[in-house]
Design a protein around this ligand. Structure first.
Ligand code: GAP
Length: 435
């Protein structure tokens, strides 16, 4: 399979099996916006849950936040986004197509001013207006990053939670950018979800925290099953750094369309807190009780995209293999990411006893595991359907189950089958899914 085939196959599987649909498809679609279907939404929830557990619940130095998408317009003046969050764009004079200047080849760049217009800045923030009464509306922006919701709440969290440095605040949620050239499926969208951490530290410790977070975040993808040779770290050159960053390292994934950013870990210094202090008039310094000193903490920011991560997990999990002369498509998603944990399948859908037992098992299991029941095809086809969406275990109920009260449990990756007593099934599965 060449790389572009893989991408095409994944896009097709996502639509066919209910992972990802084009938004507003019945109206012809809206470019670069996507909807998550029944399996997609489970996968996405699992990715976010895995992230939240790793960066909040399993640590002593982190708390969570869920700030609003709409923020006071001065936020964006303070953060620099109102003035600096722009891409340079050029128009192809003949086709009228728009391109990001930094995406042009050297040859294309040499034709700027001739075949392409001179580059001009294009602010990426999406704007809307708030208020019902005529004339009293205020223009606001849909946040282009979740990070600012954390900075403006720094003092609230500090006062409410009594935290000492170093500590971090994690948040996930929607962000919006009027990307000039979107594309590559869900890789670059105009509405997307971010998972961001702002980790506050003493300035002297910032470099150490930066290095530690790079390592932590790189390993998180590996722990969730991404092949190590499909990941790499890339340090930004000085010309690539965002207006607030002193240093930045990206975790990149080998997507079928080339190595691309999954997540950036940046040293934002004390830029944001200082800016918000200046624009709001509030004192956002940290009071160190031990040395009795007030200062602005430095901030290390691991910032990832939920949609890109979901896409990388899908690409990495997609496998085609020959089994008994037929191609088996299997999504080898990590067991904690698999959208469905268990499928309960009756061997004979016309046997009332088998169906009744299978439905009873399904009802029992679904209290703890995402479980589906399917009797709409022969067993071979049912297995293939479950493999294709990454279901971790298939539980088959057959004629013998009615007498010996045992079922066959088939594991997705090895296809190994085991007979397990019905009344021990829940414990068996619980043990398998324990981290
Ligand atoms: N607060 C820092 C920040 O927003 P960024 O590198 O612009 O940094 C962070 O974005 C992450 O958000 C990216 O690594 C990517 O995963 C995701 N992201 C950014 N723009 C995106 C887009 N248009 N579509 C999908 N994901 C995007």
């Amino acid at each position: 399979m060449n790389n572009l085939d893989v991408m095409e196959k994944i896009v097709s599987l996502c639509k066919r099996r209910g992972f990802i649909f084009q938004s507003s498809e019945i109206y012809g679609g809206l470019a670069n916006t996507w909807d998550y279907g029944p399996y997609g939404v489970e996968l996405k929830r699992n990715v976010k849950e895995a992230w939240w557990k790793a960066v909040v619940h399993h640590r002593d130095d982190m708390v969570g936040l869920d700030a609003s998408i709409l923020m006071h317009p001065r936020t964006w003046k303070a953060s620099g986004h109102a003035d600096n969050f722009a891409d340079l764009l050029v128009d192809d004079k003949k086709t009228k197509k728009r391109y990001r200047y930094d995406h042009l080849t050297d040859e294309q760049k040499s034709r700027v001013g001739k075949d392409f217009t001179e580059p001009r800045a294009f602010n990426l923030m999406l704007q809307t207006s708030l208020g019902a009464a005529e004339g009293s509306n205020i223009d606001v922006f849909l946040r282009p990053e979740t990070a600012q919701g954390i900075f403006v709440n720094f003092k609230n969290v500090l006062d409410a939670m009594n935290r000492r440095l170093p500590f971090g605040i994690a948040q996930m949620g929607k962000s919006f950018r009027n990307e000039i050239t979107a594309g590559n499926f869900t890789f670059r969208m105009r509405e997307f979800e971010q998972m961001e951490i702002e980790y506050f530290t003493r300035p002297d410790d910032a470099e150490k925290c930066y290095t530690t977070w790079i390592e932590e975040r790189f390993n998180w993808y590996i722990k969730l099953g991404v092949r190590k040779d499909h990941l790499r770290l890339r340090k930004h050159g000085p010309d690539e750094l965002a207006h607030y960053a002193k240093g930045c390292t990206d975790v990149e994934y080998a997507f079928p369309f080339g190595w691309s950013e999954l997540e950036g870990i940046a040293n934002r210094t004390d830029y944001d807190l200082k800016q918000h202090a200046e624009f709001s008039g509030m004192d956002l310094r940290y009071q160190d009780q031990i040395i009795n000193e007030k200062f602005y903490p430095y901030v290390i920011e691991p910032s990832g995209g939920v949609d890109r991560t979901v896409l990388a997990f899908l690409v990495d999990a997609y496998h085609e293999e020959e089994v008994e002369g037929r191609t088996r498509v299997v999504l080898r998603l990590h067991k904690h990411l698999a959208p469905v944990k268990v499928a309960v399948l009756p061997l004979l859908k016309k046997n009332a006893g088998i169906v009744e037992l299978a439905k009873k098992i399904k009802k029992d299991l679904q209290q703890q595991f995402v479980t589906v029941y399917d009797d709409t095809a022969a067993i071979g086809k049912l297995y293939r359907r479950q493999d294709e969406v990454g279901t971790y275990y298939c539980v088959t109920v057959d004629v013998e189950s009615l007498t010996d009260q045992q079922v066959t449990v088939r594991e997705r990756d090895t296809m190994a089958q085991e007979r397990i007593p019905v009344d021990g099934l829940k414990d068996y599965l619980r043990e398998k899914f324990t981290p």
